[in-house]
Write a protein that binds this ligand. Structure first.
Ligand code: F42
Length: 157
């Protein structure tokens, strides 16, 4: 069933925000949004830029906001479900599989994006970009059997 763009706008307005369980990440979301993206916009002392991704919990229906590293190329972003190299995917990854429509805030305001999971050659190209943006991604991949999913977000006009 094709959902209209108004559905997608409504769901962001109607879903109740529920912070994630990692307090430091939830605190970063709060500080980033309160400053319109001018503060708390890097990962601790690395100085590397972060963005805030919005998803809808596929079990809870809650609005979830997830800080992630910025891996951007020609207006598209890679979403890297690394979770520090944990054995399991981050919970938010399952939300994206259930519904690829997300919002990304990389600056003052969030905007709408559509995700595709990438594999093979396309994943390899984006993986190089991801590790260039945030080198620890390679350490995370080296320490787990899990293939860290990479999804690419394209802007929805
Ligand atoms: N995590 C990454 O994976 N990649 C990054 O590049 C990254 C960068 C980053 C930068 C700054 C920062 O502050 C944090 C950063 N993180 C990065 C951490 C990221 O923001 C998340 O905290 C982390 O990936 C863990 O995500 P998580 O969704 O597994 O969070 C857990 C701890 C959590 O909050 N779980 C919730 C809970 O109540 O237990 C549920 C979250 C959820 O979405 N639940 C779904 C629902 O329906 O509501 C169901 C999901 C399911 O399990 O099916």
């Amino acid at each position: 069933m094709e959902t209209s763009s108004s559905d997608s706008v409504d769901r962001w307005e109607t879903a109740d925000y529920e912070p994630g369980k990692w307090d430091w990440a939830a605190a970063q979301v709060e500080a980033y949004e309160a400053s319109g993206g001018t503060e708390a916009n890097t990962l601790l002392e690395t100085g590397l830029p972060i963005l805030i991704m919005w998803t809808i919990g596929h079990k809870s229906g809650k609005l979830r906001k997830v800080p992630l590293m910025v891996v951007e190329h020609n207006g598209e972003y890679a979403i890297v479900a690394s979770k520090g190299g944990a054995e399991a995917h981050p919970a938010w990854y399952h939300n994206l599989v259930a519904d690829p429509r997300i919002r990304i805030q990389d600056g003052p305001e969030p905007s709408d994006y559509e995700l595709r999971q990438v594999s093979g050659e396309e994943r390899a190209v984006w993986w190089v970009r991801a590790v260039a943006a945030y080198p620890p991604y390679q350490e995370y991949q080296d320490k787990t059997e899990r293939e860290i999913p990479v999804m690419v977000a394209s802007p929805i006009a």
